[in-house]
Design a protein around this ligand. Structure first.
Ligand SMILES: C=C(O[C@H]1C=CC=C(C(=O)O)[C@@H]1O)C(=O)O
Length: 363
């Protein structure tokens, strides 16, 4: 695919072509400020030291409501080719992180793992995005061409359905909806409700969540004349999991502060990285395979500075030939995390992508 799609509950942006490409947010911000383009779309990588995949599109269209893809084609069958790392190794890594969290300066770190899916015929990114959006039109569904990030990403795409908004800006008004803290959904309605209510009451999950809201408040407070961060999170859900969410609103001090700059200041939040940020990022670089664009941000920014950026979770990278799909999910680890439950949490989160592709990983 050569374009960009972001489908949100209130509106959808679809673009085509790439008039210019930028591998850093600063280059894209300069292009917007210089009047070289009216719109920038794309993805920021998880690791801020890596190259971004941003473009100035040839054409674009905003429509109201979620994307209506019409008749959606079938996706080809896929099989689980390998897991990276193997589940037992993920459990061991989380165990080692828990030891570090109990003894050191680290307060929280997010641990992620991937499943590599293989297909005999190409998986089309837009078809996968359409399936995800049909299954949950409230999610922030996306499909992004990663070519602008250069070697290793040409022709690759990132496709997902994120429940988490990093930052949205309309004029001076900004909103964020950070998520952290997870419980599984149950098929029995009473058991399902108990899981949700239990999450709202879970000291461990509330602590995991508080690291994220504290970070966002720290970053945004100096930039805002008004900032409302509720004291306690609310419950939200996808088909697969319950989450704790905090709806945050603010008014920017300087109307020139644009959405893409705000995204780069906030990213990576402790919802995908940890606290303190620098130590958590170092621990992730030491422990994990390169995250690429999983855990990054996907969105758009226009010449007025407005834009939407969602956290790149519940997503997968598709290779240029469409024959390999790398789905990744992570979870926040704190001192009292249980490694086996953390593995189960990533399995539940991976189901968003794997379910759309008709694949399963063993419990
Ligand atoms: C990092 C992910 O989820 C984040 C968002 C919601 C809940 C999370 C958690 O409970 O750990 C994570 O912070 C992911 O889905 O890969």
């Amino acid at each position: 695919m050569d374009g960009f799609l972001l489908s949100r509950a209130d509106r959808t942006l679809r673009t085509a072509g790439a008039r210019s490409r930028y591998d850093s947010a600063s280059a894209a911000i300069t292009a917007l400020a210089d009047g070289d383009t009216e719109l920038v779309v794309g993805a920021l990588p998880f690791d801020p030291a890596r190259r971004a995949a941003l473009t100035a599109p040839d054409s674009w269209e905003f429509t109201s409501g979620p994307w209506q893809p019409g008749q959606v084609a079938e996706l080809p069958p896929v099989r689980v080719a390998r897991q990276v790392p193997e589940p037992a190794e993920h459990v061991a890594r989380v165990g080692a992180l828990v030891d570090r969290l109990r003894s050191g300066a680290l307060g929280k770190v997010v641990a992620a793992r991937s499943v590599v899916l293989a297909s005999e015929t190409p998986v089309d990114p837009e078809t996968l995005a359409a399936r995800l959006i049909q299954s949950n039109p409230r999610a922030n569904g996306f499909a992004v061409d990663l070519t602008s990030a250069g070697d290793g990403f040409r022709g690759h795409s990132l496709v997902g359905a994120s429940p988490e908004v990093l930052i949205s800006r309309r004029g001076r008004a900004i909103t964020c909806r950070p998520l952290a803290g997870t419980a599984p959904r149950r098929t029995d309605p009473a058991a399902d409700e108990r899981e949700g209510l239990g999450l709202l009451d879970s000291t461990k999950n509330l602590a995991e969540h508080a690291f994220v809201t504290a970070w966002i408040e720290e970053v945004l407070a100096p930039l805002c004349t008004e900032l409302s961060v509720p004291d306690a999170p609310v419950l939200t859900s996808t088909h697969e999991v319950w989450h704790l969410a905090t709806p945050i609103r603010g008014l920017l001090r300087d109307p020139a502060t644009d959405a893409l700059s705000l995204a780069t200041l906030l990213h990576p939040t402790p919802a995908v990285c940890g606290t303190p940020s620098d130590l958590a990022l170092a621990a992730i670089r030491e422990t994990e395979e390169e995250r690429r664009f999983y855990g990054g941000a996907v969105g758009w920014c226009d010449a007025q500075g407005d834009g939407d950026w969602v956290v790149a979770i519940r997503c997968a990278e598709i290779t240029a030939d469409g024959l390999e799909v790398l789905a990744t999910a992570g979870g926040g680890i704190v001192a009292d995390s249980d490694p086996q439950s953390e593995l189960d949490e990533t399995t539940a989160k991976l189901r968003t992508l794997l379910g759309a592709l008709g694949a399963v990983v063993a419990e």
